[in-house]
Design a binder for this molecule. Sequence first.
Ligand SMILES: Nc1ncnc2c1ncn2[C@@H]1O[C@H](COP(=O)(O)OP(=O)(O)OP(=O)(O)O)[C@@H](O)[C@H]1O
Ligand SMILES: [Mg+2]
Length: 287
Amino acid sequence: MALIRLKNVQYIYLEKTPLEREAIKDISLDIREGESIGIIGKTGSGKSTLIQLISGLLYPTQGEIFIKDRDIRKWNSKELCKIIGIVFQYPEHQFFAETVFEEVAFGPRNIGISDEKLENCVREALITVGLPYEEIKDRSPFNLSGGEKRRLAIASILAMNPEVLILDEPTANIDPKGKIEIMNYINRWVQSKNKTLILVSHDLDEIIKTVKRVIVLKEGKIIFDGLIEKLFLNYEKVEEAELELPEILKLRKVLEDKGYPLEGAFTLHEIVERIVAFKEHISIWKS
Ligand SMILES: Nc1ncnc2c1ncn2[C@@H]1O[C@H](COP(=O)(O)OP(=O)(O)OP(=O)(O)O)[C@@H](O)[C@H]1O
Ligand SMILES: [Mg+2]
């Protein structure tokens, strides 16, 4: 059983108005439990629209979406929140509570967690993203640093313990060290609890480190769905998607153009190993 199934989904914004715009075009897709999936594509390709459809925040204008074999329109929103948690791009813009504790407690309370369990749940969620519970719980969310705010927003979703975590650009506008920390916290949570992850990101290095399967959108359509290695070793597909190759794969392309046999090598480690082996081969041959 697919955890999430999209069948011929279309989404049109402002349908039947002069401003109507078809953002998602005939997308079919299965997501299984425990998968880690990246969604990439240039700006305006439909990534945020797609994840809002999967979360039940938008309903398809045509086609169907099933969550655990049940039409998404038939789920009530509280039940759906227990399955799918979505962290929006710049989620800190939506803070509303007076304290960090209340900000995190809102979601779990809303889906009916008992008062006895609430404190533990908030503490655990904050610790999961590296925020010290005692020091931070009574502070105002608005006075935190940028990186702390982002981590708080993620903790507010983790506190509901959803089966599927959807993140829309979770590290946008965070410094490089902070980016790595946030992704480490997320990966640890996903892996230790065997969760399903859907990550939208412009940072392809981050995508490569985090997911196995990648979906590439272009103008609202899927133009690639498969293993991430297969995508980045297919230069024409990367060009078609108008994606910028990650630095390591740019290096790979330069070396390949210079005649190094790198077929199948994908990570920095694999590329270095191939070069070393090639050099040894040449020096034996020369001597
Ligand atoms: N609320 C809206 N009303 C009308 N059109 C919209 C709305 N939101 C998005 N669109 C349009 O739908 C298309 C897909 O937008 P979407 O936000 O899903 O793209 P995206 O891939 O997430 O882009 P980005 O990388 O910039 O976040 C775009 O053409 C956009 O202009
Ligand atoms: Mg977007």
